[in-house]
Design a protein. Sequence first.
Length: 89
Amino acid sequence: MEQNQLDLETFSCSICLDLLKDPVTIPCGHSYCMNCIKMLWDKYEQKKSYHCPQCRHTFTQRPFLQKNTMLALSRTLLTFTGEKNLIKV
Ligand SMILES: [Zn+2]
Ligand SMILES: [Zn+2]
C-alpha cells in the first residue's frame, strides 16, 4: 500500500492531478506533464517569473523542459501493472 502511495505521488502531476503525460522534470526536481507546465509558465511569461507549483521555487529564466524518459517508461509499465489500483487510492 505504501508503495502505491509513493508511486502515485511520483507519477502524478500536481497541476492537473492526473497521471503524468509526457513527463518533464524541472531543475528543482519536480515533474509535470509537458503541457501543464508549459501552460502555467505561459501565463507568467510577462512577469518573467516561473515557479514550481509544488515547492514554490522560482526561476528567473524559463528553464529548459527536459523530457523525463525514465518516468515516461515507468509510467508505461505502471499502466500495465497497476494503474487502476493507483487511481483508486
Ligand atoms: Zn498535468
Ligand atoms: Zn519544485
